[in-house]
Every structure is written in C-alpha cells, then in structure tokens.
Write a protein that binds this ligand. Structure first.
Ligand SMILES: Cc1cc2nc3c(=O)[nH]c(=O)nc-3n(C[C@H](O)[C@H](O)[C@H](O)COP(=O)(O)OP(=O)(O)OC[C@H]3O[C@@H](n4cnc5c(N)ncnc54)[C@H](O)[C@@H]3O)c2cc1C
Length: 401
C-alpha cells in the first residue's frame, strides 16, 4: 500500500482545493440536511451537483462518452477527500451516481447507457430504488410485485415500501417478478420505470425524525417498455446484487464518516461542559480518542481496498464490511455528540441559536435507519460469515422452492 501522491496528483489536489474554496456555498456548512420535498432545496441541490459535474469532479471514473472523465480511481479519491475538507454539500443524485449508474455501465444496453447516464450526472433526472415490499426486506427474493409481458410492454402491478426520495424522483430502478413459477431467485427482473407513468401512486411515510424521507409506491397496470429491462428477462437477481454492492459501498463511505467525526470534534471544542470546552474533559477525550482510532482504521481499510482495486483484485465481501463498519460507527459518533450535549441535546433541534448542533438529534435517528437500509447489520454479518469466512450457511427459507 502506497499512501503518497505523485507530483501530478498533488498538483491536481491543489487545483481541486482552489475550486472548492471558490465554489462551496458558505451557508451549506451550517445548514441542516435536506428537507425532503422542499422544491427550493431540491433546486439548490441539483444546481450544486451540476456545478460539480461541469467542473469535471463527478463520477470521474465513468467513460467520457457517458459524461464521465475516464479518470483513474486516485483522482476520484482525491476529490472525495477534498470535499470532506471543504465541508461541501452532499449530492442529491447519489442513487443515480452510485447505484443505478454503475449497474447500467456493467449490465445496461448501449441505448440505456446513452439515454440515462448523462442525465444522472447533470441531476436532470433523480432516481429511487424499488426493492423492498411489505413482505420482502431482508428476504428480498420474496418480492411479489409482478410484471407481465403484453407485446413489447411490461404491465406492472404491486407495491413497494420504504422507497427513499420517491416523492421527487423521476425514475425508479425496480425489481419485479416476471416468472412466478420459477424458484424465487430465478423469476425476478430489473426494470427502469418512469415515475410519471399513469398508474403510479406515491404516499410519503413519516419517519421518527419527523420528516417524510421515504414512501409507499403503488403500481396499478403501469406500462413499461421492454427496452427498459436491464440484464435480460429473469436475470434480475444478479443485476440487483450488483446494485446492492454499490449501495453498500455508498453507505460505507469513509467520506461521510470523516465529515461526521469532524463535526463531533468541532462540537467538543465549542460546547461547554462544567464551564470548560467538552474537549478538555478527560472522559470525553478518551471517548473521542477511541472513536478517532475507529475512523482512522476505516480510512486505512479504504486505502487498502483502493490499492486492491488499482491492482485489479476482486473486491470480495468488502462492500458488506464497509457498510457494517461505517453505519455502526456513524451511529456511535452521533451518540457521542448527544452525550456531549447532555440534556440540551433534544432541545438543540428547535433552538435557532444552536446552528449545526441541531443536526445531532436528527443524525442520531437517521444513522440508526442506515444500519437497517441497504441490508441490516445482521444480514451483513451473515454475508461476511458465509461468503467471507466460509462458515456454514443458514438454512434457506426457500429451500423447498
Ligand atoms: C432509512 C431507510 C431507507 C430505506 N430506503 C429504501 C429504498 O430506497 N428502497 C428500498 O427498496 N428499500 C429501502 N429501505 C428498506 C430496507 O432495505 C429494509 O428495511 C431492510 O432491507 C430490512 O428489511 P425489513 O425492514 O423488512 O426488516 P426484516 O427483514 O423484517 O428484518 C427484521 C429484523 O430481523 C433481522 N433478520 C431478518 N432476517 C435475518 C436473518 N436471516 N438473519 C439474522 N437476522 C435477520 C433483521 O436484521 C432485522 O433486525 C430503507 C430502509 C431504511 C431504514
């Protein structure tokens, strides 16, 4: 593992740093996470993503013909690190950039890539993920939303649930059952569905943060062109798993964890405890030190995986490890912040003078959700045990199928 940059990479790092210093909106550093569905915030977030893309700093590894830079992984890593350093706002189109985009590069037709990839980058089209259903979460292959072919069109009927961002998404990548007679993993297909199609109803669900971040989505005779099938009929399980690995890496991002940790340090330095900054309290310092070790270990593991990727080694179970470690750590960071805030914590959210302190109660609740979304911690541990450590598999519930 080589942790040093070449002179060209260092020069690139300086260029990115200058661009961010000139372009990161100052206000974003203190603003709360996006209010779901607020059109003004959505427009701002789209404008920011477009700006990053126009500067050439988005999806840098994607081929040029689809709007990427054809750049190597090191450059994207440098950009990610500089974004943390500059406290840049998050990107609204992450499900497109990190999940369906890479899946289309791997499994999509040329026509699908040319149609969808550029608009993912420019934030002209926002995506949502239609996997979970009332009876299919951890056991995803039990999904029942069905799609029947009628000539060159699929007719979709059924229901999805916990669909993040569906209330403002333009497109959904969706798992549907296309062969009810096949063993359950074998009869699934992966469709791209226009969210404005007749027959789709989106109903927001209020979560414990008080926001309506996810939704129920109902399909009633929704017509989807066969050209929107990805990876072949009844081959959706394989495609779905490729997207899941990308999702787990996204949720396991070291960038986000470092951002949260930096916020925690700022809080400890500015919030008083017994008349002194909390960071001077020996008990708080111990806790910050042990969290710092976990954050640093995670960063070094990311470098190790980067080295593997640059050398063309297969990623194995790293997505499951990253997801498990990052989401649990993010939750522990938020918990430490709430403990520093003490009884003021729950009030911070509504205190106008609290500035970014009000984020912590939200982050605590939201990060708990991310331990569940994208496959729960228990499911990640099963994957690590079975596929990584070669331990005996748990009995499959569909063993008879
Ligand atoms: C914030 C958030 C955002 C989400 N966004 C989306 C989205 O955009 N699109 C989408 O499709 N879905 C989304 N989801 C849904 C998410 O994928 C599911 O909640 C998740 O897969 C778990 O499924 P479930 O809720 O049905 O729980 P269940 O599968 O019913 O699990 C209940 C409990 O049992 C445990 N368990 C289940 N099976 C096993 C097993 N085999 N071994 C050990 N323990 C087990 C689980 O770990 C969990 O603790 C989101 C969820 C959250 C929280």
């Amino acid at each position: 593992m080589d942790l040093s940059y070449t002179p060209e990479e260092r020069a690139f790092q300086q260029t990115v740093r200058r661009w961010l210093a000139a372009n990161v909106p100052k206000k974003s550093r203190e603003e709360r996470p996006m209010e779901w569905g607020d059109p003004r915030r959505i427009a701002q977030a789209k404008a920011w993503q477009r700006k990053v893309w126009e500067a050439g700093y988005l999806a840098m590894g994607w081929p040029r013909e689809y709007g990427g830079q054809g750049a190597d992984l090191m450059r994207q890593t440098i950009v990610n690190e500089e974004m943390v350093r500059a406290r840049a706002p998050g990107l609204i189109g992450m499900m497109g950039i990190q999940m369906v985009g890479p899946t289309l590069i791997q499994y999509g037709t040329e026509e699908q890539r040319r149609r969808f990839l550029p608009k993912i980058l420019t934030a002209e089209e926002i995506w949502c993920q239609g996997y979970s259903e009332p009876g299919a979460g951890s056991d995803l292959a039990s999904l029942r939303t069905r799609a029947e072919l009628d000539g060159d069109t699929f007719v979709v009927n059924g229901q999805k649930v916990w669909t993040s961002n569906a209330q403002y998404a333009d497109w959904m990548f969706c798992l549907v059952r296309t062969d009810p007679a096949a063993p359950k993993h074998g009869g699934i297909s992966y469709l791209l569905i226009d969210m404005r199609s007749p027959g789709i109803t989106v109903r927001p669900l209020v979560q414990m943060t008080g926001d309506a971040g996810f939704n129920e989505v109902f399909f009633e005779d929704v017509r989807v062109p066969r050209a929107n099938l990805v990876g072949g009929l009844n081959n959706g399980w394989q495609v779905a798993n490729a997207t899941l690995a990308h999702e787990r890496n996204m949720l396991g991002s070291t960038t986000r964890t470092q951002q949260i940790f930096q916020g925690l340090l700022r809080l400890a330095r500015t919030h008083a405890r017994n008349g002194r900054p909390a960071a001077e309290d020996p008990v708080v310092r111990q806790r910050l030190a042990s969290l710092a070790i976990r954050v640093e270990t995670m960063k070094l593991e990311a470098y190790r995986q980067l080295t593997d990727a640059l050398r063309g080694r297969r990623p194995g179970i790293s997505a499951a490890v990253n997801k498990l470690v990052a989401t649990e750590l993010n939750h522990d960071l938020a918990k430490a912040a709430l403990d520093i805030l003490g009884s003021y914590g729950p009030l911070a959210r509504t205190d106008r003078r609290a500035r970014d302190r009000g984020i912590w109660p939200l982050d605590f609740m939201f990060s708990l959700g991310l331990i569940i979304g994208g496959g729960t911690s228990q499911i990640q541990k099963n994957i690590i045990a079975e596929r990584g450590l070669g331990m005996p598999k748990e009995p499959r519930r569909d063993a008879a199928a």
